[in-house]
Design a protein around this ligand. Structure first.
Ligand SMILES: NC(=O)c1ccc[n+]([C@@H]2O[C@H](COP(=O)([O-])OP(=O)(O)OC[C@H]3O[C@@H](n4cnc5c(N)ncnc54)[C@H](O)[C@@H]3O)[C@@H](O)[C@H]2O)c1
Length: 408
């Protein structure tokens, strides 16, 4: 894959209304730690049976806006079920940040909460964004704030199809859609450099800088090579960029080639972003691991989500290896479905699985993966669209599948 062709349309910004009257902050309805275990603080753990310390993972839960609360509730339902079986505890602290809290208090995300989260093992996020608040404000304060504060430089997005009936592409089977996109997560047009000068005048100037540092590019490319080697499938790593038009991205081309010398077992592949969108639809079976700058990764993985069945199943991790990291569905808050119990929670459940893998609970992760795969492969869940099932019904089905070891 080398030549560029068709143009990929950019994602439209979501239209929003002006902020409405403040509502009192709703208490977070996601359940706290089961059996009232103490929250948050890092303390030595008492020894369990046989002198082995019980495994306790401290998790910050940020349900956020729109459908965030309901999908996170189902995610936690499944996580608790698997924790019971595998013998660990998720000790959690639920945070209220999001639009309701902001409209009631004018507080988006206090530094004290970020500091507390830094002491935990992981962050489990629903979604942020609400039409009552200025476009992108809460997303920037909360999602971007967490990504930048904890330097979560990898945005990991697995794309896997579990049943051909869920794929909108003709004749594509599960074996054809199995890839991972490694999206750089802290730089590019999302670094926050730029602004609007003389706004609203005929002389208005709007600037957003795309920035790439050698260190930032190299570490994410190295992560992708390592992942490709470890995954041990096609051992093909595709760099997706637009270095022919955006010459600053030559830093990606050179770094990719240089780091690649350390990984002779991994095939180096390249596609420009416009062609990559085309190939993703035409021949998804080509891809194994993809590494790409922030903006292109954001767009490309929505195509990925659709070919794996929709936003209802696509999960992601915002990762700094070895440090506190954040896991979330890739979808947003889908405000029109808020409170209807109709959103599909599998993306949040899968994000929970990725979180457990990050926390070293590989067996528990496998159990969730097997359960999700099983209920889809066997047709127990036939559609991932909002409204096809009740949100809590899907959570119950997967919790029961996890509890009975289905698909294992
Ligand atoms: N990481 C995040 O929290 C995040 C990501 C993307 C968008 N956002 C924010 O979310 C808000 C809404 O954005 P949007 O409408 O562009 O994207 P969205 O992902 O919220 O929704 C787009 C469409 O995808 C479908 N969808 C999304 N989640 C689903 C689910 N769980 N089950 C079934 N169908 C689902 C729905 O048809 C929905 O209308 C905006 O404020 C945006 O900024 C937040």
């Amino acid at each position: 894959m080398a030549k560029s062709s068709s143009k990929a349309p950019a994602k439209d910004p979501t239209p929003v209304k002006a902020a409405a009257t403040a509502k009192p902050a709703a208490p977070a309805k996601v359940p706290a730690t089961p059996k009232a275990a103490p929250a948050a603080a890092k303390a030595p753990r008492p020894a369990g049976k046989g002198g082995k310390a019980p495994r306790v993972h401290r998790v910050a839960v940020l349900a956020g806006d729109g459908i965030g609360e309901e999908v996170v509730r189902e995610g936690l339902k499944v996580l608790d079920a698997v924790a019971d079986i595998e013998g660990f505890t998720l000790e959690r602290k639920v945070y209220p940040y999001g639009a309701d809290h902001y409209l009631a208090t004018k507080e988006a995300m206090p530094a004290s909460a970020l500091a507390e989260m830094g002491e935990m093992d992981a962050i489990f996020l629903g979604a942020i964004g609400d039409p009552r608040v200025e476009t992108g404000f809460l997303e920037r304060q909360i999602i971007w704030g967490v990504r930048q504060t904890f330097d979560l430089y990898v945005n990991l997005r697995p794309i896997r199809l579990y049943h051909e009936a869920l794929c909108p592409l003709k004749d594509k089977k599960p074996a054809d859609v199995d890839m991972v996109v490694v999206r750089e997560n802290t730089e590019d047009a999302y670094a926050g450099l730029g602004g609007i000068h003389r706004k609203g005048t005929p002389h208005e100037v709007a600037i957003a800088e795309m920035i790439y540092t050698r260190q930032g590019v190299e570490r994410v490319i190295r992560y992708a090579y390592e992942l490709c080697k470890k995954r041990n499938k096609k051992r093909r790593l595709t760099l997706v960029d637009k270095a022919n038009a955006i010459r600053a991205q030559d830093i990606w081309t050179r770094t990719f080639a240089e780091v690649g010398k350390e990984y002779p077992e991994v095939e180096q592949d390249h596609a420009y972003i416009d062609a990559a969108c085309m190939w993703m639809v035409k021949s998804p079976e080509w891809f194994d691991v993809v590494v790409t700058p922030n903006l292109f990764g954001d767009i490309l993985t929505d195509i990925g989500a659709m070919i794996q069945g929709g936003l209802g199943i696509a999960a992601s991790g915002n990762i700094h290896p070895g440090k506190v990291s954040m896991f979330e569905p890739i979808h947003g808050s889908a405000p029109k479905y808020r409170g209807q119990n109709s959103a599909n929670p599998i993306a949040a459940i899968e994000a929970g699985r990725m979180m457990l893998e990050h926390l070293g609970e590989a067996k528990a992760g496998k159990r969730i993966e097997a359960a999700v795969r099983h209920v889809i492969e066997t047709g127990r869940i036939r559609s991932l669209k909002a409204g096809a099932y009740k949100c809590d019904e899907v959570g119950d089905i997967i919790r029961d599948a996890v509890a009975t070891g289905q698909g294992m």
